[in-house]
Ligand binder design. Structure first.
Ligand code: KIV
Ligand code: ZN
Length: 523
């Protein structure tokens, strides 16, 4: 199936995890991670991968270029503003794919027209010129009127017609700010198909953000009205409240095929695997009650539900865990399991590890197995959440000890290895976590502000691991860090250090700060 196949019941899946998803603050992925995710998307049957925004940075350009070279089945698409330079740069990157696509866009609503200060006529002319330019380079061109759902309908008809005449093969209708509602989303697509000359020669796409929690519903309503491409991301990753989640539309179309008779080319059994990888590499954990991929999506707690499940799984499950790639057994390993078994179990869970990473994970696995009798899949996934390569981390936790209790202040002693040299300090704080974070602040000079601190228990029992996520901001750069440990304070400290290590990488990448990690030696 190609993306221009217009079989009535086939819906094209356009994944933008690596572009729109990666745009969410703090979700930056490394080059290798982007390549890995693109490989998984290609393998699961995604029709079109939007691999990045080539003009945005050298890194984006290189990632799109390499993804284009490696793609096996998917169309590889790059994003470009309505400017010749953007479009040329995009083509330079995607042209290596056997099936390239250029996606060019401009904001058409009154609010967005005001930014470049273009009149309606001037913007119409710009659209005509840029789509023509893109089409002269590539015969597969997608055009988007950004903020379409807040654009005057007559103007939308006019510019969509211009884009079609100029050679666009897909017209994407973005609900950029997640403002529309299902009935309105359907109406808009139906009206465009009915009123725009040439509409029957192109595919209409829907691209919905989730600000009001209606993205998936809006996308499916658009399909019922005639759209045949859904734009989405894994885990719904994306700016603000995110995008339509790939796993939700795919499973909704599968489970409710009786009322929505459309099909996708996605192998749904690969969903869980890629969801976990995206959560790990983006640093955005999946909320527990998230549809399809949340930890509780197939969990049954109450006695009535458990009883029903034992008698007939269909009583409380509308799809089987295996349909999304969840294995039935969760209990996996114990302290006697070896390195090869760990590698193979992690591969089964979707984690490909280099030898150094495996070495580090194995040490942490053994330490965990000493403290915790039973290791579940969720424990291993939590262990993998400290995603950076320990060999490359510039700041490492060597040791820590905390004194806590009813009589404060609480106190932490800490030794950190910073660029190969050990530094130690003792600090107090309002609780053990605060005291530990004060140690890090005392040793590593930074101005990052902690924006979010979250703790979750991975499994049950008092020996359960805690996963900790932190989000920090420094000079507009947002980074996240995660870690897991049976000791909540250690997990918190490692998560903070993980985020700081990412911040150092970001500082280096943006070239805005090449200084050594400076530290205050307070030992
Ligand atoms: O949300 C949006 O409008 C976009 C466009 C670039 C298509 O992501
Ligand atoms: Zn978007």
């Amino acid at each position: 199936m190609t993306d221009t196949d217009k079989t009535q019941d086939r819906v094209v899946i356009f994944d933008t995890t690596l572009r729109d998803g990666e745009q969410s603050p703090g979700a930056t992925m490394t080059h290798a991670e982007k390549l890995e995710i693109a490989g998984l998307l290609d393998d699961m049957g995604v029709d079109i991968i939007e691999a990045g925004f080539p003009i945005a940075s050298e890194g984006d350009f290189n990632a799109v270029t390499e993804i284009a070279k490696n793609a096996q089945n998917s169309v590889i698409c790059g994003l470009a503003r309505a400017q010749f330079g953007d479009i040329d740069r995009c083509w330079e990157a995607v042209k290596h794919a056997s099936q390239p696509r250029i996606h060019t866009f401009i904001g058409t609503s009154p609010l967005h027209r005001a930014i470049p200060n273009l009149t309606k006529d001037e913007m119409a002319e710009r659209i005509e010129q840029t789509v023509t330019h893109a089409r002269n380079l590539c015969d597969n061109v997608q055009w988007s009127p950004m903020d379409a759902t807040r654009t005057e309908i007559d103007y939308l008809y006019r510019v969509v017609e211009i884009a079609i005449k100029a050679g666009a093969t897909t017209i994407n209708i973005p609900d950029t700010v997640g403002y529309t509602a299902p009935r309105e989303s359907a109406d808009l697509i139906a009206k465009l198909i009915e009123n725009v000359p040439g509409a029957d020669e192109v595919i209409f796409a829907t691209h919905c953000h989730n600000d009001l929690g209606m993205a998936t519903a809006n996308s499916l309503a658009a399909v019922e009205a005639g759209a045949r491409q859904i734009e989405c991301t894994i885990n719904g990753l994306g700016e603000r409240a995110g995008n339509t989640a790939l796993e939700e539309v795919v499973m909704a179309l599968k489970v409710r095929n009786d009322i929505m008779p459309f099909r996708t080319g996605i192998d749904s059994t690969k969903i869980m695997n890629i969801s976990r990888r995206v959560a790990t590499v983006s640093g955005f954990p999946v909320q527990f009650n998230k549809a399809i991929v949340g930890k509780n999506a197939f969990a049954h707690e109450s006695g009535i539900h458990q009883d029903g499940m034992l008698k007939n799984a269909e009583t409380f499950e509308i799809m089987r865990p295996e349909d999304v790639g969840l294995s039935a057994t969760n209990l996996v390993m114990g302290k006697h399991s070896g390195r090869a078994a760990l590698r193979s179990k992690l591969e089964e869970l979707g984690f490909e590890l280099g030898d150094n990473q495996l070495k580090d994970v194995f040490v942490r696995f053994k330490a965990l197995a000493d403290r915790k009798k039973e290791i579940y899949e969720d424990d291993l996934i939590a262990l993998m959440r400290t995603a950076t390569d320990p060999e490359e981390d510039r700041i490492k936790l060597v040791s820590m000890r905390v004194v806590c209790g009813t009589d404060g202040p609480q106190q932490a002693d800490m030794v950190l290895d910073i660029d190969g040299t050990e530094h130690k300090t003792t600090q107090t704080g309002d609780g053990p976590v605060d005291a530990s974070f004060n140690c890090i602040k005392a040793l590593v000079d930074h101005s990052a502000r902690l924006q979010l601190y979250q703790v979750h228990a991975v499994t049950e029992g008092t020996d359960a691991q805690a996963t900790v996520s932190v989000r920090m901001e420094e000079d507009g750069r947002i980074v996240t860090g995660q870690s897991a440990d049976t000791d909540t304070v250690v997990a918190s400290t490692r998560a903070y250090i993980h985020a700081l290590n990412r911040l150092l990488v970001r500082r280096e990448k943006t070239g805005s700060d090449k200084r050594e990690v400076s530290y205050k030696d307070v030992s």
